[in-house]
Design a protein around this ligand. Structure first.
Ligand SMILES: [Ca+2]
Length: 47
């Protein structure tokens, strides 16, 4: 889990880069726990 992020809100306790407020990057994962994978990332096939 990430310090400062309640476990219930941290969607991936095993990855410190995945938590609410994290920057969404094109990696096929829901980095910011928004419920959507790579939301806001243009899908042009390069990701
Ligand atoms: Ca992502």
């Amino acid at each position: 889990m990430v310090t400062g992020v309640p476990a219930a809100e941290d969607c991936d306790d095993g990855d410190s880069t995945v938590h609410p407020g994290a920057a969404e990057v094109c990696d096929g994962r829901d980095n910011n726990c928004s419920g959507e994978i790579d939301d806001g990332i243009p899908t042009d096939g390069s990701g």
